[in-house]
Design a protein around this ligand. Structure first.
Ligand code: URA
Length: 216
């Protein structure tokens, strides 16, 4: 029988032993991802930072705390309601952007996780994640919008929380002001899936709401 938890644990064990790229040399621990394996929404960030590398948990440092605050305040969700992972599973030194080679070597793990988790919507946090999902747009243009990926999955783009903590103004048209629309939309999506709506119905409603409210 297909046991999601077992399958995810199996991948995560493989991640913990990975030595495919040089990031394994400087890591303290791998950060495979965690959260609700049955969530219709999976968040994908860039890669672990220092706090994540020290603990093995994704988004537990300053960016993670800000993400949690946004989820609680605007999405009315907890971090543990969704599954959260990253493009690369080991911390790039000094938090640099992972290289194309590191991404190429690491993302078969993400692909396996996504095959097991079967999310309906992937929230791409920031430009590294956005680029990985084949969206060649600036995050400022892509955010608040959906994109198709692999036929049946929708990518919803929003800002990376590390970027937002450096730009916390809630002034109209500021990044965090826009992020509040994205986070409210994510909360609505989550509830709509749980009440049986399809991804296409959800995308249609969110697109209409985003336009009507000035969120895009
Ligand atoms: N930034 C990320 O992209 N991922 C984390 O897990 C933490 C910070």
């Amino acid at each position: 029988m297909f046991d999601k938890n077992f399958e995810i644990e199996y991948i995560n064990k493989k991640i913990s032993k990975c030595e495919k790229c040089s990031l394994h040399l400087s890591r303290n621990t791998t950060v495979p991802g965690e959260g609700n394996i049955n969530s219709p929404i999976v968040f994908v960030g860039e890669g672990p930072g220092a706090d994540e590398d020290a603990t093995g948990h994704p988004f537990v440092g300053k960016a993670g705390q800000f993400l949690e605050k946004m989820l609680v305040n605007w999405s009315k969700l907890k971090k543990s309601d969704v599954y959260i992972t990253n493009i690369v599973k080991c911390r790039p030194p000094k938090n640099r952007v992972p290289t194309t080679e590191e991404i190429k070597l690491c993302t078969p793990f993400l692909e396996s996780q996504l095959i097991i988790l079967k999310p309906k919507i992937i929230v791409a946090l920031g430009s590294t994640s956005l680029k990985y999902f084949g969206i060649n747009k600036k995050i400022t243009a892509a955010r608040g919008h959906f994109f198709d990926w692999k036929g049946n999955i929708k990518i919803f783009a929003t800002f990376h929380p590390s970027y937002l903590i450096r730009n916390q103004s809630m002034e109209k048209n500021s990044p965090t002001w826009y992020a509040s629309f994205d986070m409210k939309a994510i909360g609505w999506m989550y509830k709509a899936f749980n009440s049986g709506k399809t991804a296409d119905e959800i995308v249609k409603v969110i697109n209409e709401r985003m336009k009507a409210s000035g969120g895009v």
